[in-house]
Design a protein around this ligand. Structure first.
Ligand code: NDP
Length: 454
């Protein structure tokens, strides 16, 4: 027999945005239910940022070990144990799932692991193999169901895997083919190439299209150093499997033979998978759920945060949106300030990584600014013992000529994400080039270059 319970807020999707919203709303005294059909923590914890960053550390270590003789270490032999490593990562993710669940329970919210299907804006049924069906009544509903990886539909598309599977492959692939030119494609390429996997990376256009072109050119040097074969402006038209190999065929007539073919072609909303196909929600022209400045969808009492809203699909953005919507709904004195999406820093965990905040020169010009560029190009000290196996650091500062205000920071080099986080604070605070000039640096660091650019 089906049970029924009533809540002030039902949150569908326990990823970054959903967990944050549920926790804050419950701590403000609201009666909250949080529903997740897969694992708590969502894409970021289970198949995204967390495993990716751990894999990136492991791959960087492999690269360093290979070059250890240049530092005077004689390590005659070492092996990388893929099974050990993937088991460790799975265990660490389980640990995080446990922490997330404990945090939710501590906040007072009820957590349901099952498939939440929205029957109407105030009625959600939960189906699960581990308990009888439950029906929840909600005064308000928050959709935080995220997105699913796109599959490029070509003959043989059943041979694609996606980023959902890449961190739990049964073995380290010998030859990995990656299709896509965005974050996931370039990150996975550099991680696996450092382990010695032969990587072929292809995009129908160019890589990291919205990033500074000089930074992207430096990324090509990284690809060369890691023996990553890359193909631009060509499209996959067919995949075929023979024995244990997959042949990937292109429009140009070329083909690539690999063991694993990863499709990293963006992500989109799947209303059925999210359990929200019964709601007649308005989407914008790009296919994302339309929300107003208070995160309300086209249906009253139905709110949405995170990747399904099509703002920058990054964990910290979903966290901020989740917190804001919870406070807006349940904290009486809360004044909802619009999020400034302009100055959000972002990083690409290649090796070395890229990080950026603010406008590129091209974006500044498009917005009507007259701007000029300061840049530095140098070899980070860490590479001194093996200069020939190094990608030089490049930093670029975009400054408004008229006001002297900094419009953007762009960097490729060791620790770029750690450095750019600080620069994002400065940008948000309205830093000028003169203020950077007045700042005394920390020596010897790469970060000090930002305050010595002349
Ligand atoms: P991105 O949006 O970064 O890139 C999508 C890529 O897929 C583009 O190169 C695009 O090509 C290509 N593409 C899209 N559709 C097709 C198609 N039909 N055929 C061929 N190519 C296609 O997506 P990702 O999948 O790399 O990542 C998803 C999101 O996850 C990102 O937007 C990012 O915000 C987030 N993410 C963030 C990370 C981080 O913060 N470090 C790490 C990983 C993911 P084109 O440019 O020609 O359209």
């Amino acid at each position: 027999m089906s049970q029924s319970k009533s809540y002030d807020l039902v949150v569908l999707g326990a990823g970054s945005g959903g967990v944050r919203a549920a926790r804050i709303a419950a701590s403000l005294g609201a009666k909250v239910a949080l529903i997740e059909k897969r694992k708590i923590g969502g894409t970021c914890v289970n198949v995204g940022c967390v495993p990716k960053k751990l894999f990136s550390y492991a791959a960087n270590l492999h690269f360093d070990l290979i070059r250890s003789a240049a530092w005077g270490y004689h390590i005659p032999q070492f092996n990388f144990d893929w099974n050990y490593w993937t088991n460790f990562v799975a265990k660490d993710i389980n640990r995080l799932n446990g922490l997330y669940e404990a945090t939710i329970k501590k906040s007072g919210a009820d957590y349901f692991n099952g498939f939440g299907i929205v029957e109407d804006p105030h009625t959600i049924s939960i189906q699960s193999s581990s308990h009888p069906a439950i029906t929840l009544q909600a005064d308000r509903l928050l959709l935080a169901t995220g997105t699913r990886p796109n599959i490029v539909e070509v003959p043989g598309s059943e041979y694609w895997i996606t980023s959902d599977e890449i961190f739990s492959l049964p073995e380290l692939p010998k030859h990995l083919f990656i299709y896509g030119g965005g974050y996931i494609a370039v990150e996975i390429a550099t991680i696996f190439a450092q382990w010695g996997t032969k990587v072929t990376l292809a995009t129908r256009s160019t890589f990291l299209k919205d990033f500074d072109p000089d930074i992207v050119n430096r990324l090509y040097k990284e690809f060369d150093l890691l023996n990553i074969e890359y193909i631009v402006n060509d499209s996959v038209v067919r995949l075929e499997q023979k024995d244990n190999y997959i042949s990937v065929h292109f429009k140009s007539g070329r083909s690539v033979v690999c063991n694993v073919s990863l499709c990293a072609a963006g992500r989109s909303i799947d209303l059925e998978d999210a359990g929200i196909k019964n709601l007649l929600l308005k989407k914008n022209t790009q296919g994302w759920l339309e929300v107003d400045s208070q995160f309300q969808t086209s249906i009253s009492d139905v709110f949405a945060v995170g990747d399904i809203t099509g703002y920058l699909p990054l964990t910290p953005v979903a966290l901020r949106q989740g917190e804001n919507v919870a406070r807006h709904l349940f904290q009486k004195d809360f004044v909802l300030k619009p999020i400034n999406y302009e100055n959000i820093a972002t990083a690409v965990f290649t090796s070395p990584p890229i990080a950026t905040v603010g406008m590129t020169l091209e974006q500044a010009k498009k917005q009507g600014f007259t701007a000029h560029v300061f840049q530095a190009d140098f070899l980070a000290m860490k590479y001194a013992p093996h200069r020939e196996h190094a990608v030089k650091t490049l930093i670029k500062l975009i400054v408004c000529t008229e006001s002297d205000r900094v419009l953007g920071f762009h960097m490729i080099g060791i620790d770029a994400p750690e450095i750019i986080q600080g620069m994002a604070v400065a940008l948000q605070a309205g830093v000028t080039k003169a203020m950077l000039n007045e700042t005394v640096g920390i020596h010897p660091t790469s970060a000090e270059e930002w305050v010595t650019l002349r």
